[in-house]
Ligand binder design. Structure first.
Ligand code: HEM
Length: 367
């Protein structure tokens, strides 16, 4: 019989017990709120404490988001990240956590909005030069996701060390950070190497295929027909078909190659196949992160309108105008979400070739 180790009574242990406040560094944490309007022990602008705590809470959550994104990047950087491996499951799980954190962050705007514009004016001028625009972690999250500097609204605003810009150290760190492959790049490469269109799967496919196009796998010739038939009179049919050809076979879209977008569309179409559930969940989580980030930009803009109207920001940008431009333009996975335009009804989907179908049901050995 195996000896079971005696369970140690936590209260008799020789080890120094952990202590809540020490473990979490609470004392240090609570020393970090230093309102500028504090004079001789009296806080002149009462709401400055709220302003500081809300910002700090954002930055703590930003740290957690960076932690999650970094871990996802490590898995996706593996040369053959398996589509159905425990690894991929962890990536999806972590991305979903990022979505939930963003939802929380968006809700936090409500708390700050309990401050009135007049309360804010009591300490606003003390912030001259400082702004959330200078949040290094926010820029790192944008970069880790894949928002390129040159694709933003007013890229000229970012990389400088003048008043309202970054300090030299932060600027250098952000620039270094941008060199790490982003989630977008890694996901693009992962999609592009999907093997669905290997000839071995399709050689015996006998779905109606009237005008075979040697440049395209038969599936896509057929799919294009079905897509054309699915368009209504009100859709600009010629334009959408031209886009279909461009996006999936010629130029790609944004940072996504045609091959990667074909895989994304294929995954979205056949998402009910067991092997596609994780890849679909991954694409969906990315689109949702973008949506939550856009919601943050929008909620933040509304709050700014309420707080300062159309005055310039403390960081020196045009304020409302700049933020509105960022809401409209600064998306990361817009093209991935755009693939949805090209879906057709489930009931009209072509049946997959038996070999591929089997493969997608985990029976590679029989394929
Ligand atoms: C009274 C509340 C707030 C006001 C009036 C305000 C105002 C502004 C303004 C005017 C800008 C544009 C840059 C500039 O300063 O010229 C800006 C940018 C920004 N703010 Fe705030 N903000 C507030 C609260 C927050 C909070 C709580 C956060 C959370 C971290 C935040 C994060 C950001 C970020 C990340 C940017 C850059 C946005 C981008 O470039 O897309 N702000 N803010």
């Amino acid at each position: 019989m195996r000896d079971t180790p005696a369970m140690e009574c936590p209260f008799n242990s020789e080890k120094t017990p952990a202590y809540y406040g020490d473990y979490l560094g609470i004392e240090k944490l609570l020393e970090l709120q230093k309102p500028l309007s504090l004079q001789e022990g009296k806080l002149i602008a009462h709401d400055e404490m709220l302003f500081i705590i809300v910002h700090q809470a954002y930055e703590l959550w930003f740290k957690q988001i960076r932690h999650e994104l970094e871990a996802c990047g490590e898995v996706l950087s593996k040369p053959a990240a398996d589509d159905d491996s425990p690894d991929m499951n962890v990536v999806v799980h972590r991305l979903k956590r990022v979505v939930e954190i963003w939802k929380l962050l968006n809700h936090q705007v409500d708390v700050l909005e309990t401050m009135t514009p007049l309360d804010f004016l009591e300490f606003r001028e003390l912030l001259h030069g400082a702004s959330g625009f200078q949040s290094k972690q926010f820029r790192q999250i944008e970069a880790a996701l894949g928002l390129r500097m040159e694709s933003r609204f007013r890229p000229d605003y970012y990389k400088h060390t003048e008043l309202g810009g970054f300090n030299a150290k932060d600027l250098e760190e952000i620039t270094e950070f941008e060199k790490i492959p982003s989630l977008l790049r890694l996901v693009e490469a992962w999609l592009a190497r999907m093997p669905f269109f290997d000839e071995a799967f399709w050689s015996e496919w006998n779905e109606t295929n009237p005008a075979a196009d040697s440049k395209r796998p038969h599936f896509w010739t057929r799919y294009r027909q079905l897509f054309a038939a699915s368009l209504s009179d009100r859709d600009d049919q010629a334009d959408l078909l031209r886009k279909f050809d461009d996006i999936f076979f010629e130029t790609g879209w944004g940072d996504f190659s045609p091959a990667s977008l074909r895989s994304a569309l294929f995954i979205m179409l056949y998402r009910d196949e067991p092997l596609f559930r994780l890849p679909f969940a991954l694409l969906n989580a990315l689109i949702e992160i973008d949506e939550q980030l856009a919601t943050f930009r929008y909620r933040h803009l509304q709050m700014v309108r309420r707080m300062i109207g159309t005055r310039v920001g403390t960081g020196g940008s045009s304020g409302e105008q700049y933020l509105q431009g960022a809401v409209n333009k600064n998306y990361v996975f817009k093209e991935l979400a755009g693939v949805i335009t090209f879906l057709i009804e489930r009931r009209n989907l072509p049946a997959l070739p038996v070999r591929l179908h089997k493969a997608l049901r985990f029976s590679f050995a029989e394929a």
